[in-house]
Each structure stands twice: as C-alpha cells, then as structure tokens.
Design a binder for this molecule. Structure first.
Ligand SMILES: Nc1nc2c(ncn2[C@@H]2O[C@H](COP(=O)(O)OP(=O)(O)OP(=O)(O)O)[C@@H](O)[C@H]2O)c(=O)[nH]1
Ligand SMILES: [Mg+2]
Length: 272
C-alpha cells in the first residue's frame, strides 16, 4: 500500500493543506513502560487547564489492564489481549500479534467512535510494544486515518534510562526518523522521567548539541564517528531537532511538547 509521506524539513508544506481541519491528533508511541499512558493523562490535563483546549482520549492498547485517563474511544471494547489468550490458547506474544490483526480488521468500527468527538485535541495512547504498532500495518493504517480526520503528528516517548550514553541519544533520534518514515507523520521525540537523577546527563546532551558532539567523539568504540555524523544528519532531516526532557508524572516540561506540536502545525491556527 502506498502511503503519503510528509517530506521532512519543509514544515509549511505539511501545515498548509490542513488549514481547514479542526482536531489535532497526537499519537503517543514508545517502548514498553516509557510513560505513554501517564503522559497522555498529564498532557491532557495540562492542555485543558493551561491552554483551555478541549481534549479527547483514544486508547489503542488492547493489552492495557488500566489506563489513567477516561478513554472516549477504547479498542478494548473490540479486542482484548487476555481474551485472545484464553479463547485461542495463545501465549502473551502470540495474543499481542493476533490483537493487532483483529484491530486492523475492526479498524472502521473503532474509528467510528472518533466521528462523535468534538474536541480540539485528540490524544492517542498506543500499545506498549512499540515495534508491534510501528511495524505491523496497524500503526501506519490508523495513523493515516487520523491524518484524514485532522492534523496528525506522532510523539515518540523514551524513558531516560535508555539514554545513558551519547550514542544512545543518536539511536533515539534515529528511531524518531524511522517512526516518521513508517507512520508517514511528522514525529517529535521527548525524553521522559526527567525527574530521575539518571536523566540529568541525557538532558544536558539534548539541550546542548555541541556537548553531545564532543562527548560522542570521546565515547570509546568504533561507531562514535558514525554516531557523530549521523547526529548532524538527523538534525537536518528530522522534525525532532529539539528533544525536550519531560516528567509525565510531575507534569513538567509539557509546554515544550506543546510548543513543538504548535511549531509543526501553527499555520492551521486551530490550536488556541
Ligand atoms: N519517575 C517517573 N516515572 C514515570 C514517569 N512517567 C511514568 N512513570 C512510571 O513508569 C511506569 C510506566 O508508566 P506507563 O504510563 O504505564 O507507561 P506506558 O508506556 O504506558 O507502559 P505500557 O503501556 O505498559 O508500555 C509507571 O510506573 C509510571 O508511574 C515519570 O515522568 N517519572
Ligand atoms: Mg500504557
């Protein structure tokens, strides 16, 4: 299936066709336990309280036992991982894959719920297993459906624990670009759990690209030169030129996410 891919860098070319659209869909993806569901809740509260923006919540995680927000659209009404395990005698991984198949089959039923939403911002929570959402057809398929209904972009959320070395930061940027290409959506990146002390070095690398470059070249290993060049290249071709450090649990740094989303879609004028 051919998917429309937004060209990188030229922000105006993605913003202009969306002038008439109303809701903005932010699809939060990220590795298991990175804080996606917590962020969806705290960012939604922040948008409503600080920006006066009405927010709806979509849960696309059929394996979630609990989500901290009240979903307006919830895939668990249609498919649940635990039911598939029981009914089909599958293990957790097999049931997860089967749940993606089921989700794709029932996509239109799930999306019907979106048509009755009347909010400015729709926050979409996704399955813990990022690779399933991203590399199964379900991710691009739902993403393009969101983009058909409004302005859509993805937020790739990483746990600070994944950025303990400079080259890890480059790896995260690479993942952001991979998500952007795969989903066909502008993709921003945020580093979560900045309240943890282990996040302080990563936060500094994110704030100061020169420091990241310096530490990359000092990092032992044959790939540091590659990582250094890759970092410069990614900064040119990715929407995620700034990566804010946030704390979903403390609701800190959320304005930086809002600013990035706003920068991507500011031309549509629908966000405030
Ligand atoms: N310290 C800290 N912990 C956080 C933060 N955000 C989330 N957590 C914790 O991280 C754990 C996972 O959070 P979730 O929001 O469930 O993460 P998730 O990405 O939705 O998890 P899955 O859907 O299972 O992949 C929970 O124990 C949260 O309390 C944060 O900003 N700081
Ligand atoms: Mg979750």
């Amino acid at each position: 299936m051919s998917k429309p891919i937004n060209p990188p860098l030229k922000l105006e070319t993605v913003a202009v066709p969306l002038f008439h659209r109303r809701a903005l869909y932010l699809i939060v993806i990220g590795p298991a336990g990175s804080g996606k569901s917590t962020l969806v809740k705290s960012f939604g509260d922040w948008l409503e309280r600080n920006q006066g923006i009405s927010v709806s919540y979509v849960n696309l995680d059929p394996g979630a036992e609990y989500v901290p927000y009240r979903p307006d659209v919830d895939v668990r009404r249609f498919v649940r991982v635990e039911d598939l395990m029981r009914e089909r005698g599958l293990g957790p991984n097999g049931a997860l894959v089967a749940s993606m198949e089921e989700l794709l089959l029932r996509r239109d039923e799930v999306l019907k719920g979106l048509d009755s939403l009347n909010s400015d911002f729709v926050l979409v929570d996704t399955p813990g297993q990022m690779e399933l959402f991203l590399f199964h057809e379900v991710g691009p398929s739902f993403s393009q459906e969101f983009a058909r209904r409004g302005a859509a972009c993805a937020l790739l959320l990483f746990d600070a624990v994944l950025a303990s070395r400079p080259s890890h930061v480059v790896m995260l940027k690479t993942m952001g670009l991979a998500a952007q290409l795969r989903l066909g959506l502008p993709t921003i990146i945020a580093l979560n759990k900045s309240d943890l002390s282990l996040a302080s070095r990563a936060s500094a690398w994110l704030k100061e690209p020169e420091r990241l470059q310096r530490d990359l070249l000092d990092e032992p290993g044959v790939f540091s030169d590659l990582a250094s060049h890759l970092a410069s290249l990614l900064d040119r071709f990715s929407f995620a030129r700034r990566i804010p450090a946030v704390s979903a649990i403390k609701a800190e740094g959320l304005e930086a996410i809002y600013d990035l989303v706003h920068e991507i879609w500011c031309a549509c004028g629908d966000l405030t």
